[in-house]
Design a binder for this molecule. Structure first.
Ligand code: TRP
Length: 465
């Protein structure tokens, strides 16, 4: 998100533009690159099939991800509106409203639990600053932390206050600037930690696990989660990119910029996989198979072990968690910004009222997720704790529906010709037009319906994936 964007929302009158391609790429990359890449991608890849997960992920970024990123940006730039109004622009029916709203509601549900993880990151950051390198690398450090309701809630609130403060006082170039410095730093530090992880004794098994497909690791969940992760990581299927598209100038090449966003986002995810998965094999030797299945805690279990063994472990730990914190903050700001601007645009609230109202919802939902591991540990929704439940509902249920809505809007209302006109407006060729048309016409909807149906059946225990 850039200052220009905030100004547009603040004044609510004139819609400003990003400065140019770099402005859009930085804003979109700042939103895309976050916990999804560093925390979520490695644990899903570890849990659901290693190399096969990676392959399915890469293919889906190139096909579905590309189509969605392009479509949303085109819809935004054509209509110059945020999701709900953008859908209505093409017809004032219930179906259009539904399509717009489902896109707009997803970020509202993601922001709270996202910030809970952001809080975990902050806790680790502060513990490193206090020099607790050895303690954090211990076997039960994470479990001890997570089972204390007060600390998890406290760090969630600290992260929440950071996010709300930025939204409340306006970003004024903040995020765009932060992203510009952050992105290169993140790449450099990731490469250093990757090299260290991958050269530990025993790490080779992890590299093999990540790059050499082994069919026994694959299940239907590999496909469902890989495609879900692609949406999550690229911030697709939740209206954000419609809003960003609406701030994009018409002389900027849509295709070039979206390709760059995809590239950076994927690069960081793969690097994170290479930091974390080999470390599982190097540092959790006998327990490797079990640790691979650790789920959301994986990054918090393996990285401290890496830093605990590394020279300058404390310094690297601090830098690492600081970068993850900033990456998470830029994403959570953009999640919250989209929630607040929906309240402003669609419910006619002023910015302070919209921020306050949404903050209330955000804190309640985030608190549920924080306490789901301790105080509310006994409460399960469809067999999941709160955090997993919100993650599942948004990624595996709502996002496929939102993505179907976007595809239908493109096919029925915008038309493929309309997309092409918008993409080639600046005179650039539409290089991947064949891929785009084929995927959106024949693959997207079918695949999305399969994903949706199977994840719902799985959640209700009707099938086992
Ligand atoms: N893509 C972000 C990440 O990888 C997370 C995210 C999901 C997000 N949806 C979003 C960020 C919407 C901003 C806006 O961490």
């Amino acid at each position: 998100m850039s200052s220009t964007e905030t100004t547009a929302v603040d004044k609510g009158k004139k819609r400003s533009n990003f400065t140019g391609r770099i402005g859009y790429v930085m804003a979109a990359a700042g939103s895309a690159i976050g916990l999804g890449n560093i925390w979520r991608f490695p644990y899903l890849a570890a849990k659901y099939g290693g190399a096969v997960f990676l392959i399915v992920y890469l293919i889906s970024v190139y096909t579905f991800g590309y189509v969605l990123i392009m479509s949303e940006t085109v819809i935004g730039r054509k209509t110059k509106k945020s999701p709900v109004s953008a859908f209505r622009h093409f017809g004032n029916t219930k179906a259009h409203s539904f399509g717009g709203w489902i896109n707009a509601i997803i970020p509202m549900l993601i922001a709270p639990y996202y910030s809970v993880i952001g809080g975990w990151v902050l806790y680790y950051l502060f513990s490193y600053i206090q020099g607790e390198v050895k303690e954090l690398g211990g076997d039960n450090a994470f479990t001890n932390f997570i089972s204390s309701g007060t600390s998890v809630e406290f760090w969630f609130l600290v992260f929440a206050v950071c996010t709300i403060a930025v939204i409340f006082f306006g970003v004024q170039n903040g995020v765009e600037r932060v992203s510009k410095v952050l992105l290169p730093l993140l790449v450099v530090l990731s490469v250093i930690v990757c090299i260290y992880s991958c050269t530990r004794p025993g790490a080779v098994e992890g590299i093999k696990y990540f790059f050499i497909p082994q069919m026994q690791n694959v299940s239907w969940m590999t496909f469902v989660t890989a495609i879900g992760q692609m949406f999550y990581s690229l911030s697709c299927a939740m209206g954000i990119l419609i809003t960003y598209g609406s701030y994009m100038k018409r002389d900027v090449s849509i295709e070039k910029s979206t390709t760059q966003v995809e590239f950076f986002d994927t690069l960081i995810a793969v690097l994170a996989g290479l930091m974390i998965i080999p470390a599982v094999f190097a540092f959790n030797g006998a327990d490797a198979a079990k640790t691979l299945k650790a789920g959301p805690s994986l990054m918090f279990i393996t990285m401290p072990k890496v830093f605990g063994n590394m020279g300058f472990g404390m310094a690297i730990g601090i830098v690492f968690f600081l970068l993850v914190f900033l990456a998470a903050l830029t994403s959570s700001i953009s999640l919250m910004e989209s929630a607040v601007s929906t309240f402003q645009d669609e419910l006619g609230m002023s910015r302070p009222i919209a921020t306050l109202t949404y903050s209330g919802i955000y804190i309640v939902l985030g608190t549920l997720s924080s306490l789901g591991f301790n105080v509310l540990g006994g409460v399960k929704l469809l067999g999941m704790d709160f955090l997993d439940f919100f993650d599942f509902i948004t990624n595996s249920v709502m996002m496929p529906i939102a993505a179907i809505a976007i595809c239908l809007l493109v096919l029925r209302s915008v038309t493929l010709k309309g997309v092409e006109d918008e993409v080639t407006y600046d005179g650039a060729p539409f290089k991947r037009k064949k891929v785009y048309n084929f995927v959106i016409k024949y693959l997207c909807i079918v695949f999305l319906v399969i994903i949706l149906v199977s994840s719902v059946l799985n959640a209700f225990g009707i099938i086992k994936m």
